[in-house]
Design a protein around this ligand. Structure first.
Ligand SMILES: [Zn+2]
Length: 217
């Protein structure tokens, strides 16, 4: 079996790639108000999960694409996924420097550097699949909330209305902007006209209104 060392090398690379997707910084680009794209470094998925868990943004120099849907303290699915990750990784590699402030990350990087042997190939592949599943779960959890809507503070280019009076649920009539945009569409509450995501840019340009970050992704 001369190909075995290569299989091990390939499996190590696949594991490292999966680990990087979970705990590595991510390069991305965002659209600025002037429609230029700017390259940014995003926190790791793991870090973002931790922020979801704490329900607040911690100090960081990186830039985020969008405000996540749930800002409620203690997002339950994030807590459960983090717990799963932390516990499982600890079972893979119990030892870690007690001063390490991100033990799970340290353990995963140690495992990436581990001199895996052919005997351990099946284990390594199983671990890789597990990390890949975490990445998928984290990505779906952190995807911008489709239901979250933003007001575009301008008159509808179709019917010309700007405001609408709506019941706030407590019997008070409140004024609301007619143009409401979400990640999946923009709509005028007055005339029902709607715009697909690819038309947001033209719509915002017509209106002279900056779009919320993340809508054009
Ligand atoms: Zn309208």
């Amino acid at each position: 079996m001369t190909e075995t060392p290569e299989l091990v090398a390939g499996a190590r690379t696949a594991f490292s790639d999966a680990v990087h997707l979970l705990v590595g910084l991510r390069a991305d680009s965002i659209e600025r108000d002037d429609f230029m794209r700017e390259h940014v470094i995003l926190d790791s998925l793991y870090q973002e999960l931790q922020e979801l868990r704490f329900g607040e943004k911690q100090g960081s120099e990186s830039v985020r694409r969008a405000t996540h849907g749930s800002a409620a303290p203690g997002n339950v699915s994030a807590i459960s996924l983090l717990d799963d990750i932390d516990r499982t990784v600890r079972s893979w590699w119990p030892n870690v420097d007690s001063a390490e402030h991100q033990p799970t990350v340290a353990r995963l990087y140690t495992l990436c550097d581990w001199p895996w042997t052919p005997d351990e190939l099946a284990d390594l592949k199983r671990m890789t699949r597990t990390v890949e599943q975490w990445v998928e779960r984290a990505n779906s959890m952190l995807a911008p909330d489709q239901r979250h809507t933003y007001e575009l503070r301008a008159a509808c280019p179709s019917c010309g209305e700007t405001y609408l009076s709506v019941d706030d649920g407590a019997g008070e009539m409140v004024r609301k902007y007619v143009l409401q945009a979400s990640q999946s569409s923009a709509e005028c509450l007055a005339c029902g006209m709607n715009w697909a995501p690819e038309n947001y840019r033209a719509l915002a340009y017509d209106l002279g209104a900056p779009l919320p970050e993340g809508v054009l992704e």
